[in-house]
Design a protein around this ligand. Structure first.
Ligand code: GRF
Length: 211
């Protein structure tokens, strides 16, 4: 796996830890960031993982950035390319290049709230449930085949920050779970939909029952 990050890298670390603790037949070969200052880079190095930076500000054209990013990824010949808090939109040629092995985690119950500010928008819409989605990346932003979803409650008095923290905690559960099952062939992409061959659910609920 090669993991792409832009920030803290907490999802990346959750995957790295689960991969080691559960002895997946896989390893994280590299962590690549588009931001030189991403705190996740130091975290990856602390786990003994090679890191690289492909700084998007150095490329005037999106296609040139995508090309440089693909070159950095392909050095490692990964089976899986894992976007973990990677905050750049990738062009269609890039997405096609890694089709069927490019994954993302998004902090909403897709197809609700693609794009940014998901928690603010979920609160403004009065949602009783929020959550996170692991999905295959397709050319349309935050729209590819859904792998796993986890729902959390929206609680009275929630702020954007408190809801984000609750969702992030469940991201740390479902991203490793999704990758583990994909790597073991227990989840598979078939005709644009994800099939679970292990008879396990593709959703979970990470909250207390409503009063
Ligand atoms: C996560 O909520 C992810 O879903 C979103 O950005 C956050 C990144 O967190 N796109 P981290 O870098 O994995 O800690």
């Amino acid at each position: 796996m090669v993991i792409l990050i832009s920030g803290q890298g907490s999802n990346m670390e959750a995957v790295v830890k689960a991969c080691a603790a559960e002895q997946w037949p896989a390893r994280v070969s590299a962590v690549i960031s588009n931001r030189p200052q991403a705190p996740g880079l130091a975290l990856a190095r602390a786990h003994g993982i090679a890191t690289a930076v492909v700084d998007h500000t150095r490329y005037a054209q999106r296609a040139d950035f995508d090309h440089a990013l693909a070159a950095a990824i392909d050095t490692h010949q990964p089976d899986w390319v894992v976007l973990a808090g990677f905050m750049r939109v990738l062009g269609a040629p890039f997405v096609r290049r890694y089709e069927g092995r490019l994954l993302n985690i998004h902090p909403s119950l897709l197809p609700a709230f693609p794009g940014l500010h998901t928690h603010r928008r979920a609160l403004a819409a009065g949602c009783a449930l929020a959550g996170a989605t692991v999905h295959f990346v397709s050319a349309e932003l935050d729209h590819g085949p859904i792998v796993l979803q986890s729902a959390v409650p929206v609680l009275a008095g929630d702020t954007e920050a408190s809801l984000a923290a609750r969702v992030l905690a469940t991201e740390h559960d479902i991203y490793p779970q999704a990758l583990r099952r994909l790597i073991h062939g227990q989840l598979r992409l078939q005709e644009g939909l994800v099939l679970a061959t292990d008879q396990q659910p593709r959703w979970c609920w990470a909250g207390q029952e409503a009063a």
